[in-house]
Design a protein around this ligand. Sequence first.
Ligand SMILES: NC(=O)c1ccc[n+]([C@@H]2O[C@H](COP(=O)([O-])OP(=O)(O)OC[C@H]3O[C@@H](n4cnc5c(N)ncnc54)[C@H](O)[C@@H]3O)[C@@H](O)[C@H]2O)c1
Length: 334
Amino acid sequence: MRLLVIGTGSIGERHLRVFQQLDRCDAIAFCETHPARRAEIAARYGIPEAFAFPDLDSALAKGAYDLAVVATPAPTHLAIGTRLAELGVHQLMEKPLSLSLDGVEDYARLVAEKGIVVAVGYVHRAHPAVAAIRREIASGRFGKPVNVSISTGQAFAQIRPAYREVYFAKPELGGGAINDMITHMYNVGDWLAGPIRRLVTDAAHQVLEGVTVEDTVHTLTRHENGAMGSYTLNLYQHPNEVLMTVVCERGTLRADYARLRWSWMDEPNGTWHHEPVEVPDRDEIYRVQNAAFLDAVDGSGEVLCSLDDAIRTLHVNLASHRSATEAGWQDIPS
Ligand SMILES: NC(=O)c1ccc[n+]([C@@H]2O[C@H](COP(=O)([O-])OP(=O)(O)OC[C@H]3O[C@@H](n4cnc5c(N)ncnc54)[C@H](O)[C@@H]3O)[C@@H](O)[C@H]2O)c1
């Protein structure tokens, strides 16, 4: 399998490294428009000059690929994805799928016609604590989800010191906490409790220096099955935490990243049962996600986040923005 990574900024570099670690591709090439960054990545990962391209045109002119990673800023995703789909190239597309619905239907139709695999990089589905509570919910043991709370925060300025210079600072490039961050949680909420059908969002810039995009988001949701949800995120609290609690008819499940565990309780005022998970490094969840993509391409498995799932999350992102600017509850089409 020949892989092309498009865009080797922060996440494209991680994907390139992870695919090297997985060692399931025969060749890895990349294209990166920024010359210094291109040279840096080629040197760091031992990619020959002939496989390090300045843009997609030259990469496609000089080689044929079975798989691609689209790791450029969001407004470019669909145009690049459409071009690759026309060539029958399977794709791991970074999130969010896009910033509007323009071109989404055509892209989805083309992907179906060409029969290619598309995975979208909503990588929290690959976290073992999330996968465990999803598995428990799907088993039916706890009954259906009725209440979802997802609370997350991190010291973003320390985790991504370049945040002022990259797409994050610009809404038109997919910046801000809705398109960049809480979208992951909306996607997980959809996976755990089913599609979100209504929401109301309050969002604002509170703390992060040098940008004006929202760094704080609070959203209430109603899911298709009637479950109620609340999602909160800030990008400045000191602890780096993700806490997800799903209250089901006959028990409560919790994923806790900071404590590396998932937990369950199945009696009122009972005791928590804690189950440890292992996440040896920050690449781990990407290894799980990207291996699932390769399994889907070779027919031995399924992607973690399908194109349909990512399109639902795009509708949620758009509704969340509408609510934050226009106020009030927003409906999300089914
Ligand atoms: N799933 C995740 O965990 C995760 C994490 C970070 C970013 N992302 C997503 O990945 C995308 C990229 O984010 P990032 O943080 O890597 O951004 P970044 O700005 O660090 O990197 C983007 C890179 O793409 C290059 N580039 C831009 N247009 C190009 C083109 N047409 N052809 C080739 N190269 C091009 C830029 O020079 C840059 O190096 C965004 O959509 C973002 O939301 C996902």
